[in-house]
Ligand binder design. Structure first.
Ligand code: NAP
Ligand code: FER
Length: 339
């Protein structure tokens, strides 16, 4: 084991899309875990859209990452030194260790993972935060009913890929948009979406939605916001439920967009729009993970990974994900010994 820990810190706050120069790779001495603590060697790190918000110094948002601080993030890894009875050496864990190769914890907020149940990296997507987001966002927030037509924006990513599969599993029609033809093929051929279109090359988003959702949209699971969301509003059915999961089209804008004002659609459609955070469902994570794990093990739920190697490439992986390079979940692999 090394005595140095490589970390990625926030060097400056980006304007618009982040660039690699907004981050810094630092090496710090690795301290030993104290009483009641354990040391984790991270195997895979998750890079997620919410991290862009944490790079801003915005009072209306979650606590910003400080300049010079290690970037926030969830990773999976293995306990390599322990002074904690409940997390002995060799335990596989998932937690908010940040963008670094090693993390020290006292066990609070740390989830044990069973490497026999599924590859450990799945704890960062289909069997973790994005999967739980899809599960409660669709089943609870959007109150999914059998037979619904479900439209998903950002449909080939970590959350969207699970939403489409769950909609199919529950007997619904699933239609989605994504930004490349390779993503569309993944959606229809591997995830089971009934139809998919490329929002980047479509001439008329409204026409695409009407063509693929001829009976209108009962549930809109929104990962993206902006023009695609404006277009979906025109196709909402009476009693439609819109779950605002993410608005990634807005996260990197220097100037906020002023879109069409479409709330009048909600009147006659008696539709509901509800924003939510996965953490709203923290008390029920276990229930979602139990269902998701069963479906995964039965081969009814899958997810592709895009893997970038090395902590030094975490900023690049994050930036590429924001630009849409990932099909499925974007991960950074730090260490590949799963044993
Ligand atoms: P992801 O979909 O795996 O990756 C992000 C994707 O966003 C990119 O691959 C890209 O795909 C798409 N994108 C980027 N810029 C876009 C734009 N201007 N217009 C349309 N699409 C754009 O990410 P994820 O982790 O699954 O997250 C998806 C959304 O859910 C995000 O908005 C995130 O903030 C939100 N989220 C919310 C919660 C919650 O608790 N509410 C939890 C997790 C995630 P394309 O090729 O399709 O452009
Ligand atoms: C996300 C976008 C925003 C997300 C969380 C947030 C977990 C907001 C978090 C907060 O303000 O606490 O994708 O994913």
């Amino acid at each position: 084991m090394t005595s140095l820990n490589r970390q990625i810190t926030l060097k400056r706050r980006p304007e618009g899309y982040p660039s690699e120069s907004d981050f810094e790779l630092v090496e710090t001495p690795l301290r030993s875990p104290g009483e009641g603590e354990f040391l984790v060697q991270a195997h895979s790190l998750s890079v997620d859209p919410y991290m862009r918000g944490r790079m801003n110094d915005s009072p209306s948002y979650a606590e910003p990452v400080g300049i010079g601080d290690v970037m926030v993030g969830e990773s999976v890894g293995r306990v390599v030194l322990s002074n904690h009875e409940e997390f002995p050496e060799g335990t596989f864990v998932c937690g908010m260790f940040g963008w670094q190769e090693y993390g020290i914890s006292d066990g609070k907020g740390i989830r044990r993972i069973d490497p026999g149940a599924a590859p450990i990296s799945t704890a960062l997507h289909v069997l973790g935060m994005p999967g739980i987001t899809a599960y409660y966002g669709l089943l609870d927030v959007c109150a999914l009913q059998e037979g619904d037509t479900v439209f998903v924006s950002g449909a080939a990513g970590a959350v969207g890929s699970v939403v489409g599969q769950l909609a199919k599993l529950k007997g619904c029609r699933a239609v989605g948009s994504a930004g490349s033809d390779e993503k569309l093929a993944y959606m229809t051929d591997e995830l089971g979406y009934d139809a998919a279109f490329n929002y980047k090359t479509a001439d008329d988003l409204g026409r695409e939605i009407r063509a693929h959702c001829p009976d209108g949209v009962d549930v809109y699971f929104d990962n993206v916001g902006g023009p695609i969301t404006d277009a979906v509003f025109w196709s909402l059915n009476i009693g439609a439920r819109v779950g605002i999961c993410g608005q990634i089209s807005q996260y990197n804008l220097e100037q906020g967009e002023k879109g069409p004002r479409l709330f009048w659609h909600l009147i006659v459609k008696r539709a509901t729009v509800r924003g939510f955070l996965v953490t709203d469902f923290a008390a029920r994570f276990r229930e979602a993970l139990s269902d998701l794990t069963s479906w995964y093990q039965a081969g009814r739920l899958t997810c592709r990974e895009r893997i970038t190697d090395g902590i030094e490439n975490a900023p690049q992986a994050f930036i590429e994900m924001l630009h849409g390079a990932n099909i499925g979940k974007q991960l950074v692999r730090l260490h590949d010994d799963d044993s």
